[in-house]
Design a protein around this ligand. Structure first.
Ligand code: 9MG
Length: 295
């Protein structure tokens, strides 16, 4: 699905979205990385980041607060200490755009100051002050903004999510966020939208939303999709444990790309890269829009 904004501006980087791009997930929460103090944490993060870039990640998403269902909020100071040294170290070494996954306006401001080129807010910039900080960073420093849909908050969102029509409601929310960002002077080429799989959604909602991706992509703004290792993958594969969800996640990422997603947020970069490469080589229309199945 062609978009109105095939190039995403992320700080000093331009990401061509003419083909789907891989965003590698870099969680810097204590359960993901070394407990051996800040230096070891930064070294671990660098090692993981280098590997993801070598495997084909073209943007990295650094997060210091878990957004899993039921996860407890993290204090600003803890998030700051986890995330900022990692962004600084990545910025010094790697020439890829860096996204920061945060809901806190103070973190957004500080992450941009040390080199983040994208703000990824699962809360859609709804926390007090977040929209103003994000729009200022977009206008003044050219950072990209990813606005995601979430019903509720990470602590309570999976208790009883309810929608009359999940695709319509998510689309209306995203349209409203875009209107707000455009009104605030954010250029279209700096906006990504995300339906928020697993964020206040049952399996039924997630499946309906996934099937509705072409309708969401029709907005013309690029879509980011994150389903990697999520419970919907486990549930659709007979309660597959998290450690065994990577093949299913790569297939789902490919299907999302076919449905119009432009950025795929994943843990297993190399499996996703291979899935996308095979699709590009073997797709029936040869990538040229011609259907060659009868040839
Ligand atoms: C931080 N995070 C976890 N899941 C996510 C998803 O699906 N999209 C985005 N943008 N961020 C996510």
């Amino acid at each position: 699905m062609p978009t109105d904004a095939p190039v995403l501006q992320c700080g000093g980087h331009a990401l061509d979205l003419g083909q789907p791009r891989i965003m590698g997930i870099l969680n810097v929460t204590p359960d993901s990385f070394s407990d051996g103090g800040q230096y070891a944490r930064v070294e671990d993060a660098l090692t993981r980041a280098r590997a993801m870039v070598a495997e084909g990640a073209e943007i990295l998403d650094v997060g210091g607060e878990s957004t899993r269902p039921g996860a407890a909020p993290v204090a600003l100071e803890d998030e700051r200490q986890r995330v900022l040294p990692v962004i600084e170290a990545l910025r010094a070494e790697l020439d890829v755009p860096l996204s920061v996954d945060t809901m806190k306006p103070e973190m957004m401001r500080e992450a941009v100051a040390v080199g983040a080129g994208m703000l990824n807010d699962v809360n859609g910039f709804r926390a007090e002050g977040a929209l103003a900080v994000a729009m200022g960073a977009a206008r003044e420093r050219g950072v990209a903004l990813c606005a995601m849909h979430m019903q509720g908050d990470p602590q309570s969102m999976q208790r009883a999510p309810h929608y009359d029509d999940v695709v319509d409601e998510v689309r209306a929310f995203l349209e409203q966020r875009v209107a707000e960002l455009l009104r605030g002077g954010v250029p279209r080429g700096q906006i990504l939208l995300d339906p928020g799989f697993g964020f206040g959604k049952t399996l039924e909602h997630n499946v309906a939303l996934f099937r509705g991706l072409p309708r969401l992509a029709a907005s013309g703004l690029p879509l980011l999709v994150g389903v990697s290792r999520k419970s919907m993958i486990g549930q659709l594969l007979d309660d597959r444990p998290v450690a065994d969800r990577d093949p299913g996640s790569a297939v789902a990422a490919l299907l999302a790309a076919q449905a119009g997603a432009r950025v795929l947020r994943v843990h297993d970069v190399s499996a996703t890269r291979d899935a996308l490469a095979l699709y590009s080589a073997l797709r029936p229309d040869g990538g040229d829009g011609q259907d060659n199945r009868g040839n």
